[in-house]
Design a protein around this ligand. Sequence first.
Ligand SMILES: *Cc1c(COP(=O)(O)O)cnc(C)c1O
Length: 422
Amino acid sequence: MPKCMCERAFFDTRTARKENITTHENSASERIIAQTEKCCAHNYASKHVVVTEGSGARVKDADGREYFDMLSAYSALNFGHRHPEIVAAAEEQLGKITLTSRAFYSELLGEFCAALCTLTGKGMALPMNTGAEAVETALKTARRWGAFVKGVPEGRQRVICCENNFHGRTITVVSMSTDQSARRGYSPFTPGFDVIPYGDAEALAAAVTPDTVAFLFEPIQGEAGIIVPPEGYLKEVRRICSEKGILMIADEVQTGFARTGDMFACDHEGVTPDVYVLGKALGGGIMPVSAVCADEDILGVFEPGSHGSTFGGNPLACAVALKAMEIVRRDDYPRMAREKGELFMSELRSIENDEIKDIRGRGLLIGVEFSVPAAPYVARLAEEGILAKETHERTIRFAPPVNIPIEELNEAIVRIKAAFGK
Ligand SMILES: *Cc1c(COP(=O)(O)O)cnc(C)c1O
């Protein structure tokens, strides 16, 4: 048996990452980072902060320093860390049953799907766990719908997607990617995708062929750097998809559940996609929960044996997601994101720093693009007690928990100004 290399390999965390956040020598953080870098595959360049505790929008690191979490696990923490009601729902379910598999029925699955249907206005839901799985499920749905309903000969169905998309990490999903770091070394890729520029409705109309079954897109591109499409784009996409008889599939994994100031980012233009892909915040910040929602004439293409997931729709997932969906509506999270987003955005715009090139976003999904690499600014933010991370080198994403108390948001803004000011 090969022994774990972890005991022997030496990994110097100080030289491994340039321009990272400084940790103090021999601190608890540094020891944890060193062990992690030895034994965990290096598929992330994590910032040098070891988060050990969290409550609401606040987290603590292994050395007792406090921060505001302004990334919120890429919008999976719209409800903040350990929302007391979601934790209580999880604890109650832990005392009953956590997993049955879909070999049997469970008590909450129907209620969970019904709540998803109410929230999205759709007739059916198909539960999965991660966002990537939900995207895969949407692609399977589109291909089957194309073959069984639209009448595209099987093997010829094509899906249109966008440049600089982010839909997850599986081989099929990265087959759609235009980001070389996400693709290198992973070929052969899944065929059947056509890539068009984002935000360009004419390009969509021109790309549709008789074999096209769907258009998959993000209503705001998150990982690409908070790219907001031109006003009217979503409406045009809706019109083109209806006219050409293809499915409009909105990946709302990051934008859904109030993040952008509406329940779903498509609501901004009053548009309803044929298929919603949901994840991240649906799990209430506790566990991975994802789903695809659509009407029966679309999701009805699945029969027993055609698709599945051992953990998809498990009782614990249903319990936390049900509570999350209850809270997001009851406490009007979309309004919170809208109001706090407006305040946040205008405060950011008041910062004088000629290295800030652009500030954009909607609701509490905000990108600050610099004309220089943003990592040193990320390090300064951490020194001020603000956790954030750059995406695509030059854009820092701010996406605090939607329920961050206003006084904490104001305090965070003061610190961001200190880090960004000159
Ligand atoms: C995060 C994300 C995914 C993938 O979700 P995972 O849970 O990481 O698999 C898919 N689509 C979008 C838009 C995302 O932001």
